[in-house]
Design a protein around this ligand. Structure first.
Ligand SMILES: *Cc1c(COP(=O)(O)O)cnc(C)c1O
Length: 360
C-alpha cells in the first residue's frame, strides 16, 4: 500500500490514524457485530457515537451553552439558503461581505430570500485581500452579517474577526473550521461542509446561537429549520451516520494531537514553510496580500505557465497529488488542511526547489 500526499481542496485527506481505526472497526464496531453503516440511528450504539462526537466538538471548540451543535446534510451550499430562512426573523435585510467565489454564491442564494447589502468587497483587488473593518458599510438594522473567513479558491482569509455590534455574525467556515481556536460566543451561526477539515462529504456542521432559532421564513422546509433539527437532536430524518462517525474519529484525533491550539501551531508552521518557498523564488508567486494569506489553501503560479502540465506530471510522480489550481484561477493550489502531514509540505517544498533548478 502506498499513500500519496493529496493536496485536494475537498474532499481532502483524512488522518491516516482515523482511516486505520475505521478499517479496524469496519465489520464489527466494538463488539456490536455490525458496521456503523448498518446501525439504526436510534439504537444505543449509534446514539453513543453521535453524542461522543458532539461532546468532543464542543470541547475542542469550547462551544458555550448558548450555542447548539447540529449535524446536518446538504453541504455548506444548503446553508446559503438555510441562513436567511432561519435568521431573517421578520427582517428583510442582511449584510454580506464579498471576498471571493464562495461569498458570491452565498450572496446569490440569499438574494432569493432577502435584500442583500454588500457591506464590503475586495473584488477590485481580484480578491487578493479582504476589506478592512473601518471600510465595512454595515447596517445597524440588518438581520445578520455573513462572511467567509477563508476563501478556499482564492486562498485569502480574514486576519480579523468582523465587529458587528448587536447584529449576529454568520460565518461559512467550511475550509477553516478546526484549524485554530476561535471564540464561538462571537458568532450567531458557524457552518461548514465536512469534507475539508472535519470528515467525509455528506455531513454539514452548524453551530447556532440558541436564541436565534425558532422563527423561520414561511415555507422553510422542516429539514432546514434549525429549531426542528435541534429539537430532534439532528435526527429529524436519518442522518448521515457513517460521516458523523468518521467526524467523531477526527475530533478524537485532533484531541490526541493536543487540540486546536496545537493544530494552529502546526498549521501556521506548515503554511509559513510553503509561503517562504514561494516568496524565496522568482519562479513561483502568490498574489495574496501577506496579511490575508490562507493557512489552508495556498494558490501559486509558475513564472512560465507553459510548464504547468509538466509540474503537475512530475509532482504526481513524487506522490504529490491534486495540485492543479481551481479552473477559475489557474496555476497551482496546495490545500493543506489539518490532516496534511508536515512531511507533505516538506516533500512539496523540496520538489518545488528541485523543479525550479531543472526548469527555471
Ligand atoms: C467547499 C466550500 C463550500 C461548498 O461546500 P459544499 O459542502 O460542497 O456545499 C462552501 N463554502 C466554502 C468556503 C467552501 O470551501
Amino acid at each position: 500500500m502506498s499513500r500519496v500526499f493529496n493536496f485536494s481542496a475537498g474532499p481532502a485527506m483524512l488522518p491516516q490514524a482515523v482511516l486505520e481505526q475505521a478499517r479496524e472497526e469496519m465489520l464489527d464496531w466494538r463488539g456490536s457485530g455490525m458496521s456503523v453503516m448498518e446501525m439504526s440511528h436510534r439504537g444505543k450504539e449509534f446514539m453513543s457515537i453521535a453524542e461522543q462526537a458532539s461532546a468532543d466538538l464542543c470541547e475542542l471548540m469550547a462551544i458555550p451553552d448558548s450555542h447548539e451543535i447540529l449535524f446536518l446534510q446538504g453541504g455548506a451550499s444548503s446553508q446559503f439558503a438555510a441562513v436567511p430562512m432561519n435568521l431573517l426573523r421578520g427582517n428583510s435585510k442582511a449584510d454580506y461581505i464579498n471576498t471571493g467565489a464562495w461569498s458570491k454564491k452565498a450572496i446569490a442564494e440569499a438574494g432569493r430570500y432577502c435584500e442583500v447589502n454588500v457591506a464590503g468587497s475586495s473584488e477590485d483587488s481580484k480578491f487578493t485581500t479582504v476589506p478592512k473593518q473601518p471600510d465595512l458599510n454595515l447596517q445597524a438594522d440588518a438581520a445578520y452579517v455573513h462572511y467567509t473567513p477563508n476563501e478556499t479558491i482564492g486562498g485569502v482569509e480574514f486576519p480579523y474577526l468582523p465587529e458587528t455590534g448587536d447584529v449576529p455574525l454568520v460565518a461559512d467556515m467550511s475550509s477553516t473550521i478546526l484549524s485554530r481556536p476561535i471564540d464561538v460566543s462571537k458568532f450567531g451561526v458557524i457552518y461548514a461542509g465536512a469534507q475539508k477539515n472535519i470528515g467525509p462529504a455528506g455531513l454539514t456542521v452548524v453551530i447556532v446561537r440558541k436564541d436565534l432559532m425558532g422563527e423561520v421564513l414561511d415555507g422553510t422546509p422542516s429539514m432546514m429549520n434549525y429549531q426542528i433539527q435541534a429539537d430532534n437532536s439532528s435526527m429529524y430524518n436519518t442522518p448521515p451516520t457513517y460521516s458523523w462517525y468518521l467526524a467523531g474519529l477526527v475530533f478524537a484525533w485532533i484531541k490526541d494531537q493536543g487540540g486546536l491550539q496545537k493544530m494552529a501551531e502546526i498549521n501556521k508552521r506548515k503554511a509559513d514553510k510553503l509561503y517562504a518557498a514561494i516568496d524565496g523564488s522568482d519562479f513561483y508567486a502568490n498574489p495574496v496580500d501577506p496579511d490575508c494569506r490562507s493557512w489552508m489553501n495556498v494558490p501559486f503560479t509558475l513564472a512560465n505557465p507553459d510548464l504547468d502540465a509538466t509540474f503537475l506530471e512530475e509532482a504526481k510522480a513524487e506522490g504529490l497529488m491534486t495540485l492543479k489550481g481551481h479552473r477559475s484561477v489557474g496555476g497551482m493550489r496546495a490545500s493543506i488542511y489539518n490532516a496534511m502531514p508536515e512531511a507533505g509540505i516538506d516533500t512539496l517544498v523540496a520538489f518545488m526547489a528541485e523543479f525550479e533548478k531543472r526548469h527555471g
